[in-house]
Design a protein around this ligand. Structure first.
Ligand code: ADP
Ligand code: F6P
Length: 319
C-alpha cells in the first residue's frame, strides 16, 4: 500500500490530533503517503481531501478538537453514499483508510472494507463507550475536565451547604460518570447501567447528612433524567438547597492529557503498521493496557461491560 487516508468522525475528542500526527509520521517512515479526508465521511463523498505530510501535522499534538474537522454524515449510511465514497477513494488513490471515531464510525469502516477499501478503526470518543477496548482516546482528558469543573462546583456547594447535581456526558455508557463520581467524592453516582431511582439518591443524601455532611455532589450520566427536576426533588425531600449544572460540550474540549497523547500516538502507529502489511477491516484496542487489534465485525458484536467493582467501591466510600 502506497497511499492511505485518515479521517476523524462522530464527536470530536482530545487526542484525535495526536493520532493523526502519529499516522502521518508513521506512514512516512514506511515510505507511504497520507491524505487527510476532511469532515468525516462527508470529505469522501464531497471529495474534500488534502495531502498531509510531516510538517502539516506539526504543532497539533497539544491541541484539542480535530484539525481534520469532524461531522456526522447520514448519506454515508446509504448504498449511494458508500458507493460514492469508494469511488472517491479510488479517484484519490486511497488504498486504505484509518477511521478515528466511535462505534458508528466503525460501522462505516466495516462497510467501506466490505466495498474493497481496507479500513482500520481507532477508538476516539470521550465516552469510553466502545465494547472492544478498555480505553478510547479523549476519555482521560474529559475525565480531568469534569473533575476540575466539579471541584469548582464543590467550593460553592460547600460554602452554601447545598447539593450540586451535575450532568455529565456518556452516550449511554456510565464510564465517565462513574470514574468522575469516584474522583470527586460524589455522594451518589447515577449511571445508565443501573436502574434510575431518585428515592435511592435521596435516601443516600439523608444517610450521609445524618453522618454530619452538609454539602453533596450527585453525578448523573446524561439522558437518565432532567437534572433540574432531580435537584428540585432533592430539595423538596431533604430541605437542602439544590442546584443543577449540565457540563455539556466543555467536556469535549481542551488540550489532551499525557495519557491521551501517548495512547493516540501508539494507536496511530499500530493502524499504519496493519495497513502497511495490507491488512484491513480491523479496529485497534487497548487490552490489559496493551495495544491489540480485532476484526471489525467481532469488535462491533462484543458486549460492553460495566465496572461493577469500581461502582461498589464508589458507593461504599461516599459517606
Ligand atoms: P460515533 O462514531 O462517535 O459513534 P456516530 O454514531 O454519529 O458517531 O457515527 C459517525 C458517522 O459514522 C455517521 O455520521 C455515519 O456517517 C457513520 N455511521 C454511523 N453508523 C453507521 C452505520 N450503521 N453504517 C454506516 N455508517 C455509519
Ligand atoms: O460521543 C460524544 C458525545 O459528546 C456524547 O457524550 C454526547 O451524547 C454526544 O456526543 C453529543 O453530541 P453532539 O455533538 O451532537 O451534541
Amino acid at each position: 500500500m502506497k497511499t492511505i487516508g485518515v479521517l476523524t468522525s462522530g464527536g470530536d475528542a482530545p487526542g484525535m490530533n495526536a493520532a493523526v500526527r502519529s499516522i502521518v509520521r508513521s506512514a512516512e517512515s514506511k515510505g507511504m503517503t497520507v491524505k487527510g479526508v476532511m469532515r468525516g465521511y462527508n470529505g469522501l463523498i464531497e471529495n474534500n481531501i488534502v495531502d498531509l505530510d510531516i510538517r502539516s501535522v506539526s504543532d497539533i499534538i497539544q491541541r484539542g478538537g480535530t484539525a481534520l474537522f469532524t461531522a456526522r454524515c447520514p448519506k454515508f449510511k446509504t448504498e449511494e453514499g458508500i458507493r460514492e465514497a469508494i469511488e472517491s477513494c479510488k479517484a484519490n488513490g486511497i488504498e486504505g483508510l484509518v477511521v478515528i471515531g466511535g462505534d458508528g464510525s466503525f460501522r462505516g469502516a466495516r462497510d467501506l472494507s466490505l466495498g474493497g477499501i481496507p479500513c482500520i478503526g481507532i477508538p476516539g470518543t470521550i465516552d469510553n463507550d466502545i465494547a472492544s477496548t478498555e480505553y478510547t482516546i479523549g476519555f482521560d482528558t474529559a475525565m480531568n475536565t469534569v473533575v476540575e469543573m466539579v471541584d469548582k462546583l464543590r467550593d460553592t456547594a460547600c460554602s452554601h451547604d447545598r447539593c450540586s447535581v451535575v450532568e455529565v456526558m456518556g452516550h449511554g455508557a456510565g464510564d465517565l460518570a462513574l470514574m468522575c463520581g469516584l474522583a470527586v467524592g460524589a455522594t451518589s453516582i447515577v449511571v445508565p447501567e443501573k436502574e434510575y431511582d431518585s428515592a435511592k439518591i435521596i435516601e443516600k443524601i439523608h444517610a450521609t447528612q445524618k453522618r454530619g455532611r452538609n454539602h453533596f455532589i450527585v453525578i448523573v450520566s446524561e439522558g437518565l433524567c432532567d437534572v433540574r427536576e432531580l435537584a428540585k426533588e432533592i430539595e423538596t425531600a431533604t430541605g437542602i438547597e439544590s442546584r443543577a449544572t449540565i457540563l455539556g460540550h466543555i467536556q469535549r474540549g481542551g488540550s489532551p492529557t499525557l495519557r491521551d497523547r501517548v495512547v493516540a500516538s501508539k494507536m496511530g502507529y499500530a493502524a499504519v503498521e496493519l495497513l502497511s502489511r495490507g491488512i484491513g477491516n480491523r479496529v485497534i484496542a487497548l487490552k490489559d493496557n496493551k495495544i491489540v487489534d480485532y476484526d471489525i465485525f467481532e469488535a462491533l458484536n462484543m458486549p460492553k461491560t460495566f465496572d461493577e467493582e469500581t461502582y461498589l467501591l464508589a458507593d461504599t466510600i461516599s459517606s
